[in-house]
Design a protein around this ligand. Structure first.
Ligand code: NAP
Length: 251
């Protein structure tokens, strides 16, 4: 819906279509994309990491993140990018212009957390902690590259006790997503006044996590702005046009 609306808006003769690709047929699918001279495509769960060996080149940020969500076909050469993290950073700028100097914690250490961590670090954030169920997955992120950044790894219990320490809290796990929208990873108390709490889930629009945060005085935002912004960067990679997605997409 996002990309087809944008193609129409900018008068481009292009069409975006979802394909269900099984892991056993990933190699053939990519070969077919090349044969059919498809101009570009997105990649989603569970292929974001496993597509990498099949591509001809990987952009530096995507290499650091270790995952690709956008591919451009340049004269038969497939180049991989990651726009999830930069899409998130763009949405954060809209919510807090001063985010670089803020104390930030990311909850989760999966693919989305990795994209957000390296993109925030690349944007210049210095205090960026990770709280995750499995400590080792958080450690893998911070040990992947030597970065000029201070990161502590916390358990979810430790985070609950130190929520007041953060200006921005970013929930990146799939906990609370439909149909499990009755779930929330942590309990809120001791929030600073005006803490910004973001959940990158957008279905439901307001997760239980966000509801609880709001009841404890937080400013909240969901994952829709990130979704639009990652799409805007992908659209720019394919077409050279950075589309205006600030008011959502209208057909
Ligand atoms: P993923 O790679 O599978 O990572 C899942 C993370 O969630 C891991 O850190 C995992 O912890 C944690 N987790 C899962 N179940 C848990 C549970 N029951 N208790 C505690 N922790 C749990 O997934 P992903 O690709 O990062 O995606 C995560 C979410 O982000 C999804 O809801 C996805 O829809 C959303 N997303 C949104 C956008 C957007 O544009 N808004 C973009 C990308 C992703 P362990 O390390 O302990 O296993």
């Amino acid at each position: 819906m996002i990309h087809n609306s944008l193609f129409k808006k900018y008068g481009l003769e292009a069409y975006y279509h979802p394909f269900h690709v099984k892991k056993e047929t990933l190699a053939e699918t990519i070969h077919a994309m090349k044969l059919l001279n498809i101009a570009g495509f997105n990649v989603t769960v569970p292929h974001k990491e496993r597509i990498i060996p099949y591509l001809d080149e990987i952009d530096d940020l995507a290499k650091m993140i270790g995952a690709v969500n956008t591919v451009k076909n340049e004269s038969g050469k497939l180049i991989g990018y990651n726009t999830d993290g930069i899409g998130f950073v763009e949405s954060l700028k809209e919510l807090d212009n001063e985010f670089i100097n803020k104390r930030i914690v990311i909850i989760g250490a999966g693919g989305a957390a990795r994209a957000i961590y390296f993109s925030l670090a690349s944007a210049g954030v210095k205090c960026l902690d990770i709280a995750n169920r499995t400590e080792n997955n958080a450690l893998k992120i911070i040990h992947a590259y030597p970065l000029n950044i201070e990161t502590n790894c916390l358990t979810l219990n430790q985070l609950e006790q130190s929520l007041h320490h953060y200006d921005i809290i970013i929930q990146t796990t799939s906990v609370g997503m439909e149909p499990n929208d009755h779930q929330s990873l942590i309990e809120f108390s001791k929030l600073q006044i005006n803490t910004l709490v973001i959940d990158i889930i957008y279905k439901p629009a307001v997760t239980k996590f966000l509801k609880n945060a709001e009841m404890n005085g937080a400013r909240i935002d969901n994952g829709l702005t990130m979704l639009y912004n990652q799409a805007a960067y992908a659209f720019q990679i394919w077409t050279g046009i950075f589309p205006d997605v600030s008011k959502g997409i209208t057909t």
